[in-house]
Design a protein around this ligand. Structure first.
Ligand code: C5P
Length: 281
């Protein structure tokens, strides 16, 4: 018997890899990573209502997505133990296959929603890890350092709210292609974070870090280089590609400078996805 019969709504925030170091490879082919990760207020939204099983997708990026077993929402639903029948609605606000964890975040929102509907108190992280390497961190949805293939999570306290702009040029980059194209996989670990994480200290730390996937992703999708140039042109405190791309982010001194930057990029590239959003602390 469900604990509640009313709909539950779960946010599926975008996952941003502020830094991503590739430090090795497991025998199964998955890469070992060390990543500083934050989540944005902007995201998809998942609504789960007790009722007949069905799945509907809406939102600006909903048209590109199949509402079948290939969708991580359905995979998460079907992986949930002793689940109730449920109508799932996904508002897809994030671009697809774009390095900001959209599908993983949708899967984690589905697991959270089903847990709320059914009163499940078991281990969502264990279920999530089987769905994708980024699902556990999306279940946490807080600033963190992820290691292993993404399943070893350490929360980061004191992360300031960041005024961020996300830019995606509309090209899809296949994550396996990027990993396969890496010239080196044994790169240095992340440096320890500073004790106090204000914006200048964070930016200084970020300048000493890398996204080890970026050079390969730019080679596979030159539009990423163009995206980075458009961000750099607006004078961010810092800019980089997230995940395996193609979405890039800029960090700005304030929400208003971020909004201005987003406006500038939108004007010059009306076909791109451009969004100013604060991160969650
Ligand atoms: O786990 P997920 O399905 O999100 O990963 C997609 C692909 O990205 C994997 O099949 C693998 O090729 C690559 N990958 C990797 N190392 C990771 C995460 C993903 O090689 N840590």
């Amino acid at each position: 018997m469900p604990e509640t019969a009313s709909p539950v709504v779960e946010d599926a925030p975008a996952k941003i890899n502020l830094a991503l170091h590739v430090t090795g490879k497991r025998p199964d082919g998955y890469h070992l990573l060390e990543s500083l990760v934050v989540f944005t207020r902007l995201g998809d939204r998942l609504t789960a209502t007790p009722g007949h099983d069905c799945f509907e997708i809406s939102g600006p990026f909903g048209h590109g997505l199949r509402a079948d077993e290939s969708n991580l929402v359905i995979k998460a639903r079907d992986a949930f133990p002793a689940r109730p029948s449920v109508k799932l609605m996904l508002e897809k606000n994030l671009p697809l296959a774009s390095g900001i964890g959209g599908g993983s975040s949708d899967a984690s929102a589905t697991l959270r929603a089903l847990a709320r509907l059914s009163g499940f108190a078991g281990d969502l992280f264990g279920i999530g890890a089987k769905l994708g390497a980024d699902v556990p961190m999306c279940l946490a949805a807080k600033p963190l350092i992820a290691k292993g293939v993404g399943e070893m999570l350490a929360p980061v306290s004191g992360m300031p709210e960041l005024a961020m702009v996300l830019v995606n040029p509309g090209v899809h980059v296949a994550t396996p292609d990027v990993f396969r194209g890496l010239a080196t996989i044994q790169n240095a670990s992340l440096a320890p974070l500073p004790n106090r994480l204000d914006l200048p200290r964070l930016v200084a730390w970020l300048r000493e870090s890398r996204n080890d996937l970026q050079a390969t992703a730019e080679r596979l999708a030159p539009a990423i280089t163009e995206t980075m140039a458009a961000l750099q042109h607006t004078g961010p405190a810092f800019a980089r590609m997230s995940g395996s791309g193609a979405t890039c982010f800029g960090i700005y001194e304030s929400a208003s400078t971020a909004e201005n930057a987003a406006r500038t990029i939108r004007l010059s590239q009306p076909g791109w996805f451009v969004a100013a959003t604060p991160t969650m602390t």
